[in-house]
Design a protein around this ligand. Sequence first.
Ligand code: F6R
Length: 628
Amino acid sequence: MCGIVGYVGWRGAQEVLVNGLRRLEYRGYDSAGVAVVDGKGGLEVHRAAGPLDNLVAVLPEDGAVGSVSGSSAALRATTGMGHTRWATHGPPTDRNAHPHRDATGKVAVVHNGIIENFAALRAELEAEGVELASDTDTEVAAHLVARAFSADPDGGLTAAVRATVARLEGAFTLVFTHADRPDEIVAARRSSPLVVGVGQGEMFVASDVAAFIDHTRDAVELGQDQVVTLTADGAVVTDFHGETARTRPFHVDWDIAAAEKGGHDFFMLKEIEEQPASLADTLRGHLVDGRVVLDEQRLSDQELRDIDKVFVVACGTAYHAGLLAKYAIEHWCRIPVEVEVASEFRYRDPVLDRSTLVVAISQSGETADTLEAVRHAREQKARVLAICNTNGAQIPRESDAVLYTHAGPEVGVAATKTFTAQVIACYLVGLALAQTFGTKYADEVAREYAELESSADAVARVLEAVVEPTRALARDLAPSKAVLFLGRHVGFPVALEGALKLKELAYMHAEGFAAGELKHGPIALIEQDLPVVVVMPSPKGRAILHQKLLSNIREIQARGARTIVVAEEGDETVRPFAEHLIEVPAVSTLLQPLVASIPLQVFAAEVARARGYDVDKPRNLAKSVTVE
Ligand code: F6R
């Protein structure tokens, strides 16, 4: 939620910031703004409601790329910051767009998160006669910094920021500039992410390395409650009290090409096609000397052996991956697994202790609901294992063990390659636990691991075979009002995920059901020509389930539904009941969700495209949800 970028260096700041915001738009696209500062022109702010292009349209025009000449500060300045917003406090209008300024116009701030005590601070400022120019929680921070700076000009902007963050409650990552300090920017981090990019004579700060990957792959991760002062020559990091703080430098292991569309119309379509690689990359290197190893493990084998119950917590698509974790872990480890949406978990006081393992799944590693579930679990002494796609994000940092998915950056707001990578990572966790508990011998673990490795090829075959026919089907069904999705066993989470993708991208009413539940109510929804997508189990390993699902298809067909069936290649029994048959390769039961979800991802993207929607940026959504 909300993307932040800051720059100090020698390039034209405006251009660096706008390019950075383009890569951060996935974090929010309700409005955007930049503030630049230079020694002569002072502070200049430009903001616009709507997508980034609206901002670009109101920016002073630059003659040459990277030039630092021109009449306005915006064109000369080599220091500044930008913001792309996902609105929380106040509607997405020009006046609520960031950066916000103090009353003198000397301080500007951008913010990601929520300042929970903003109402009290606002009242305090208003009582002092300050007129607030926006409805946001953010603006108070600009006024407070301006006040602290005037009270202690010798302390500089950094001291003023420290004094201000000491008064704030909630989650806030803030970046400030001051017209009297044109050569520096100061940022503070609590909860929402912030990374520093280290260049040659230039420094960056951003919510995500994608914002500065064009310029440098050397980065420093900021910890909780840290303040960083950036000048062109470097960064000074302290804690909120001014003590030197420890940071973790890292090198970004992907390059600019990974953050580009690579010839596709949408990032999502590129990301769908990247799944064979992201599955292989996620598995790679995790079987060492016959043992499955995680990326980080701060738990002893004995602590893991003491686990007698597993909770999986996650949101949205990651929750669907978690549902699949249950099948694998219970099957391989014979211990009970409960899967719960993270936003519900801590509010119902779950029974947790040292022998409980909480597996938190999050692509971003910063989803507030999941993070709070992790914190609650740790307070209750449960062990936490994170599955995450973002190196060093808050959820893995606060966990006892971590397995990273190596899906690379996912820019499309709808999760695709990170979903399948999460599923495979869940299976790896299942194997790691099975070997620790002794419920699987080393040769069995190695066999299962090899089976998982075959998923990349199977998914590649699906992509080759189904993308084009699924596109045609999507165009045909795009005018439908609603679509239902049915599945059983591991096909049930696939049905839920197929429905979620269609809802969020095509704004269409879509529901996923366990097919056996149909007769307990949802069958009343079936009417003439309603498209129903059915995820069939294999007729071989799961013959009984297959039979039952065939009966379900007959029931809905008899009531006039249009049946779209995802079935194993060679499953002839289903052909007479499928108006559209989507054939996927025969794979083991646990891999079936991987091959079956690919056509549903393509379907949702193509229906959305046929309806004229922006596939990468569905309305009202943002990629990282850092508010509860
Ligand atoms: C749907 C989608 C969301 C996320 C959810 C959790 O396509 O992307 O449902 O899965 O917001 O996000 P992470 O995995 O970052 O915790």
